[in-house]
Design a protein around this ligand. Sequence first.
Ligand code: NAD
Length: 421
Amino acid sequence: MATVDTDKEFSVFDSMAARFDVAAQKLGLDEGILRYLRTPNREIIVHIPVTMDNGRLEVFVGYRVQHSIARGPCKGGVRYSPEVTLDEIRGLAAEMTWKCAVVNIPFGGAKGGIVCDPEHLSQSELERITRRYTAEILDYIGPERDVPAPDMNTNEQTMAWIMDTYSMHLRHTVTACVTGKPFGLGGSRGRPAATGRGCMIVTDQALKRFGREREQTRVIVQGFGNVGSQASRLMHEAGYRIIGVADIHSGIYNSNGLDIPQLLEYSKENRTIEGFPESEPIGRQEILEQDCDVLLPAATENVITSKNAGHIRARILVEGANSPTTPPADDILFDRGVFVVPDILANAGGVTVSYFEWVQDRQGYFWPEGMVNERLKHIQVAAFNDVVHFGEKHNVNNRIAAYMLAIDRVATTLKLRGIYA
Ligand code: NAD
């Protein structure tokens, strides 16, 4: 029996701030720097008037929060959902700063969102919302300022509209103003699978620590969107046994392993994984509590809370989603010896290949996919080792180690730059 559905005991910002405070205290961070890094540089709220297909004028709320530009331009996704809040975007923006610092790429963090329900919007309505949002935040974004990317319910097409709107205003084509674009428009090879690939790279590293082979490893994935489906596909191809998958509608389970290529076909046709043959149905939360070696939440935040953390049976937790675990749940997992690969490390493959895309756009010179994947692996393996060694050195868990490493890198840059006043 599942014990919990999404539990909002901690907002994304609360979770980020709780971890930040612990890490900053362990680092002995100067109080002024602590206050500065805990707050975003800039928060933009826009009201977007859009004429709907039926001729009605609607007004949508959009956000862009820029947390830090200390190490370079801001970087972060834009999500469309009826549940978007400023607090959530603020927390996610800060997490992007720490994520970019963990993988040591020259960006700060940002996040954006529009309060809307894409399931009830036509393509042309989505296009108008996206273009007007872009026009409203135009002065604050750009290759040297802030580079948006896809996130929940946004995709390559959304990025193409942002890039086109930005370019139309500047009167010349600026491909490097967003990442996650279609390949024909300056996108990078390897970008669509990058976050899922990164999840597999860090899982491989975690297995090495346990002396385990991929073929002996049973994986459960929650979420079958960009991250979950690509991670499942790549892990299946690499020999892992994917025994459970869930999407927003339901979960499916087969202890012998699911046929992932067929599941990908099935979900494309049916727009859900529900009813997939040769599997048993299971609840989308209940699936988290099944016996497995690796649990990969790749759906949404706060799915592992103080109420269900004690029932997680996985040995390794790889956080494909942002903020899937609340701070009280962290303590329970760590006490129970679960090896956690925290979100800011586990799902950093996407922003790393976004960085490659930005570099390629600025050079006008595109890399073969093998080179993208090799460079991604190099960066993520180094980041994994940095975090684990930092944790061992300071006697803290992987989550706090990742935060400490990231905060230390950003604070070092700030100290070098000084505070302009
Ligand atoms: P997506 O919209 O493509 O897919 C989300 C998936 O999760 C869908 O299958 C949906 O049905 C499922 N889902 C939603 N709520 C659920 C719930 N309560 N229980 C079970 N399933 C649920 O989104 P995505 O791009 O795959 O992102 C997933 C997560 O990964 C988000 O937290 C996002 O912020 C994070 N992330 C994404 C990227 C990226 O490159 N796309 C990079 C880093 C982090």
